[in-house]
Write a protein that binds this ligand. Structure first.
Ligand code: PLP
Length: 442
């Protein structure tokens, strides 16, 4: 009997080894990791260079509280993150994961305005189709109603606008350009309603992950969002916890939108799962407001800047750059998309195939014409996951409700080292798993 409180209160298979893109369980069964857990394992498992870096760091300094010391590992990672960051980013703040990064970014944004005497600012605007983490601040800002509902009395106030979700929200008669204007216009309207002088920031994932399955924006949506934030004097926080650090084919997803944020959160692929780590990247004006104001950022965690986590993340990022793995993300991402289109493009129950780089998804529908979703009670996503695991395939299926519309998605986020044959096997197994799951819920 287990003494751990597992998700869904059920004990999953016991993983006994993991190497490259494959897990082996205690019964000797192998599984292809086609989702990197939750888009985490960007380098695959057991990479010798990362393990060596962790061992070296453990021998040197395993832990140092940041109130007393900095370390070469943490400084080196900070330097690397800023060198590769979007324009204007001047500093990195190291934490232990995505939710912590989002919490810290929200507080940095609020303190930035407080330092300038604008203490009346208290509103954060986000999008209905978004996931920003499970801690209370991040949960409040996230748009996933199902995750939030029972904790509502504990949550701070946050405001939500419509997502940029072309498959369901773009009108048939609307061009991408017109849709970008309309979707971004929601932000302007919300700022006006709240009063620009009362708003702190707008938070969004450039490519939406955990709520909706790899939903990219239409062209120019984020350019307009950036422009609206600037015109109204509010900060833009981009949450790249899931879609960042190379997952979409560029180091940061926002590079493909041609914009830079004021604050950016990263995690998952930063350390590739070798250690728990996340970070906030902040631009110079925020750093300067702290430096010229109170002289400190009023926040902190015991494990922030953890040297073993920093050493692992630095090694992960060095291997990605050394082996030019982003080129493989782009090539294999295009191939994965092609194979998904072949397998599901005409499928009666797949309404959309979408994504960027090695961040691809399918959206399942009961009816392709009307885009009617499956009955949430059927829990199609759970059936797909079970059928995939049965076939030795790890994928990330979700069911979510956005403005009352339920949808099932399967997200694929394989490690950056995936090859063509792996992609063929992943799509073949997924195709069988989806059909078997559909037969179960029919
Ligand atoms: N932000 C985004 C976009 C995420 O996808 C996630 C996790 O899935 C988080 C924040 C929270 O990260 P963590 O689970 O590391 O706390």
């Amino acid at each position: 009997m287990t003494r751990l409180l597992h998700r869904a209160l059920k004990t999953p298979p016991m993983a006994v080894s993991a190497e490259g893109i494959t897990f082996t369980d205690a019964g000797g069964k192998t599984y292809i990791d086609a989702c990197g857990g939750a888009a985490v394992s960007c380098l695959g498992h057991g990479h010798p260079d990362v393990l060596a870096a962790i061992h070296r760091q453990a021998d040197q300094v395993a832990y140092a509280h940041t109130g007393f010391f900095t370390t070469e590992a943490a400084e080196g990672l900070g330097e690397r993150l800023v060198a590769d960051a979007p324009e204007g980013i001047s500093h990195a703040y190291l934490v232990s994961g995505g939710s912590e990064a989002v919490e810290a970014a929200l507080k940095m944004a609020r303190q930035y305005f407080a330092e300038k005497g604008e203490t009346q600012r208290r509103h954060v605007i986000a999008r209905r189709q978004s996931y920003h983490g499970n801690t209370l601040g991040a949960l409040a800002v996230g748009g996933n109603e199902w995750r939030r509902a029972q904790f509502r009395p504990l949550l701070m106030e946050a405001h939500h606008i419509a997502p940029c979700y072309a498959y369901r929200e773009q009108r048939q008669t609307e061009s991408d350009a017109e849709y970008a204007v309309r979707a971004a216009g929601e932000l302007e309207a919300k700022i006006e309603e709240l009063g620009a002088e009362n708003v702190i920031a707008f938070v969004a994932e450039p490519v939406v992950g955990a709520t909706a399955g790899a939903v990219p924006p239409v062209a120019d949506y984020f350019k307009r969002i950036r422009e609206i934030c600037d015109r109204n004097g509010i900060l833009l926080i981009l949450d790249e916890v899931m879609c960042g650090m190379g997952r979409t084919g560029t180091l940061h997803a926002c590079e493909q939108e041609g914009i830079a944020p004021d604050l950016m959160t990263i995690a998952k692929g930063l350390g590739g799962g070798y250690q728990p780590i996340g970070a906030v990247l902040l631009n110079e004006k925020i750093h300067d407001a702290f430096a010229q104001g109170s002289g400190f950022f009023q926040h902190g965690h015991t494990y922030m800047g953890h040297p073993m986590a920093a050493a692992a993340a630095l090694a992960v990022q060095e291997v990605i750059a050394r082996d030019d793995l982003l080129a493989n993300v782009r090539a294999m991402g295009a191939y994965l998309r092609e194979r998904l289109e072949d397998a599901f493009g005409q499928h009666a129950n797949v309404g959309d195939v979408r994504g960027r780089g090695l961040f691809q998804a399918i959206e399942l529908v009961a009816d392709r014409e009307t885009k009617a979703p499956f009955d949430p009670a059927a829990k199609l996503n759970k059936h797909i996951k079970a059928q995939a695991m049965e076939r030795g395939l790890m994928v990330y299926p979700m069911g979510g409700t956005i403005d009352g519309v339920h949808g099932d998605h399967v997200l694929l986020a394989p490690p950056f080292v995936v090859g063509r044959e792996d992609v063929d096997t992943i799509v073949a197994r997924l195709s069988d798993a989806v059909d078997a799951a559909l037969a179960e819920v029919a």
